[in-house]
Design a protein around this ligand. Structure first.
Ligand SMILES: NC(=O)c1ccc[n+]([C@@H]2O[C@H](COP(=O)([O-])OP(=O)(O)OC[C@H]3O[C@@H](n4cnc5c(N)ncnc54)[C@H](O)[C@@H]3O)[C@@H](O)[C@H]2O)c1
Length: 255
């Protein structure tokens, strides 16, 4: 247990599964009250129960980041329960739990393209919009957006996902400018291929091991490998950092 987020209220979108749950657990262990804003109500509730069992303050609010009204209700609950929002991690995405298809760019269903953009990119923008008034009021806030290292090195078959994650990098830079005068820092983490599934099958493990061969540092990344950078960007330690994207990918994009 530490105190790097003592007294802070942190919203983690998509905090019911994988990396999002790991951020919730790490933040709670550092003293934050955590709001799990998750589409999958049961998974959000499970994270909340685990955080509470560990002695943390936690709230789960069923939330669809693609829906501005749903985000507004989540922020209202967060404010009513914990008095405000200091940290937002925009982790929710169409990726694994809500799966993205692997198809060549000219075979992607236009409806799926729109859905991926709506959640991964517009959802990030809408969540920033929803918390901004609270952060502005306090004159302080930390937003950590989640991109992907696929936005920096080519991968085949996920043009919609990669484009959405590249958009998150640009959005981060714009929002850092627009919110900077109000004391709100906006940064971005771009994880490499990470073993974030609870029960990965052999095929998935083999694919992740294969991708890890392109890294400067050996080994498949685990969720614990990613949480440190997100915690840093959520904490006071990074107060002079804004508009930046940190690639947490064991050096994969060097190639
Ligand atoms: N695991 C990796 O290899 C990897 C690599 C790079 C980036 N990422 C990014 O990290 C984040 C977490 O990925 P993960 O591996 O834990 O996968 P994941 O799919 O399990 O996590 C995404 C979470 O978002 C939730 N979600 C989906 N749509 C939502 C919506 N509309 N509103 C609210 N919640 C919603 C899901 O239920 C899930 O809990 C994603 O943004 C992903 O793109 C993951």
């Amino acid at each position: 247990m530490g105190d790097r987020l003592a007294g802070r209220v942190a919203v983690v979108t998509g905090g019911g599964h994988g990396l999002g749950r790991a951020y919730c657990e790490r933040f709670a262990a550092e003293g934050a009250a955590v709001v799990v804003a998750e589409l999958d109500e049961r998974a959000g509730e499970e994270t909340r129960a685990a955080l509470r069992a560990a002695g943390a303050r936690a709230l789960a609010v069923p939330t669809d980041v693609a829906d501005a009204a749903s985000l507004a209700r989540m922020v209202e609950r967060a404010e009513a329960t914990f008095g405000g929002v200091d940290v937002l991690v925009n982790n929710a995405a169409v990726f694994a739990s809500v799966p993205v298809s692997r198809s060549a760019f000219d075979e992607i269903d236009p409806a799926e393209w729109d859905a991926v953009m709506r959640v991964n990119l517009a959802g990030t923008w809408l969540a920033c919009r929803a918390v901004a008034p609270l952060m502005r009021r306090r004159g302080y806030g930390k937003i950590v957006n989640v991109s992907s290292d696929t936005a920096f090195k080519p991968v085949r078959g996920m043009a919609h996902y990669v484009a959405s994650k590249a958009g998150v990098v640009g959005l981060t830079r714009v929002l850092a400018h627009e919110l900077g005068p109000d004391g709100v820092r906006v940064n971005c983490v771009a994880p490499g291929s990470t073993l974030s599934e609870d029960e990965p099958d052999e095929e998935l493990l083999a694919a992740k091991r294969q991708r890890a061969l392109g890294q400067a540092l050996p080994g498949v990344l685990s969720v614990q490998d990613i949480t440190g950078a997100v915690l840093f960007l959520a904490s006071r330690e990074s107060d002079a950092v804004t508009g930046q994207t940190v690639l947490v990918n064991a050096g994969a994009a060097l190639h």
